[in-house]
Design a binder for this molecule. Structure first.
Ligand SMILES: NC(=O)c1ccc[n+]([C@@H]2O[C@H](COP(=O)([O-])OP(=O)(O)OC[C@H]3O[C@@H](n4cnc5c(N)ncnc54)[C@H](OP(=O)(O)O)[C@@H]3O)[C@@H](O)[C@H]2O)c1
Length: 285
């Protein structure tokens, strides 16, 4: 199976390169990033896809700096919405499957109930709105699509786990938000779900996060517990930690569609985190 990855040097892209690379006999991979395939150019997307003729395109490219998106609005929409649209148009022309990665930020997070795939969206930030428009373009322009909404990702590269470990090296105590809830999700579990789905014809939208839920404070405490790091962690409210982009308060997603298909292999977030901390060299960056 020929697979083209965009944004392949990001957290999820690197994990997919690893997971797909482990089954070399099954997959031929073309890993692209900004410098080799800028998805904001329709011509570049058309040229690359026509030359490679992938059976599956996995779009990991995105403008993911949530706070920066609030002022870098044009780029947020260019990458997250238009870039995605370009891939959708050309995938349709070639009959390729398109896997789009989306986010819990398409919801407002006001209601403290896990969100299902068909629940009403209501993004509260530029990042969330631009990703939602990307989803709409995928649905409009490409029949063979999968949209996977995920959240609180960690893997290779910069992420909350590595930030906490780095801060613990230079601080005696840390303040961490205790009134926003979600499901920390390992890129490893997400990559497994993507690879599983891309072999099917179960097109549509899927929620794709690890099981269970916690606050950022709980997440930080668990990271330090598992690493045996003795540090004082203070729970603080979002009001004490104001950021440019509004975060959803309750952003837990229910992997309802994966469960209906009998394909929900996501581990509990604590189990996936333990595995990550034991197996990754995550203090280097
Ligand atoms: N991280 C999370 O917590 C989280 C949560 C929910 C959903 N998601 C979604 O999951 C997906 C993967 O996230 P991630 O954490 O792996 O993101 P990431 O680490 O920020 O990687 C994104 C990659 O896209 C590249 N990129 C940016 N603009 C591009 C363009 N115009 N053309 C081609 N590539 C471009 C980036 O390159 P540069 O670094 O050079 O800009 C980077 O390599 C994204 O769709 C994101 O919205 C992430």
């Amino acid at each position: 199976m020929k697979v083209l990855l965009t944004g392949a040097n990001g957290q999820l892209g690197l994990e997919l390169q690893k997971e797909l690379g482990e089954a070399k006999e099954q997959y031929e991979i073309l890993a692209t990033d900004c410098d080799t395939l800028d998805i904001t150019s329709l011509e570049a997307v058309r040229q690359a896809l026509i030359a490679y003729k992938p059976q599956v395109v996995i779009n990991c490219a995105a403008h993911t700096a949530v706070d920066k998106c609030e002022e870098d609005i044009e780029n947020a929409y260019k990458i997250n919405a238009l870039g995605t649209k370009h891939l959708a148009i050309v995938c349709e022309e070639l009959g390729s499957k398109l896997i789009q990665i989306s986010t819990d930020y398409v919801f407002d997070g006001e209601d403290p109930q896990p969100r299902r795939e068909d629940d009403k969206t209501n993004p509260q930030s530029i990042y969330g709105s631009s990703k939602l428009l990307g989803e709409e373009y995928v649905k409009t322009f490409c029949k063979k699509h999968f949209i996977l909404r995920t959240a609180w990702l960690y893997g290779e590269g910069n992420n909350f786990v590595r930030t906490m470990l780095k801060l613990a090296g230079t601080n005696k105590e840390l303040n961490v938000v205790d009134d926003q809830f979600g499901s920390p999700t390992s890129t490893k579990d997400l990559a497994v779900a993507i690879i599983q789905l891309m072999h099917t014809e179960y097109y549509g939208t899927f929620h794709a996060t690890c099981e269970g839920q916690c606050s950022w404070y709980d997440f930080a405490c668990m990271i330090f517990d598992l690493k045996g790091i003795d540090i004082k962690v203070n729970p603080v409210t979002s009001k004490e930690f104001v950021r440019p982009a509004k975060r959803p308060t309750y952003s837990v997603l229910d992997n309802f569609m994966l469960k209906l298909y009998g394909l929900n292999r996501f581990r509990h977030w604590e189990e996936a985190l333990k595995d990550y901390l034991e197996n990754e060299n995550n203090e280097d960056e």
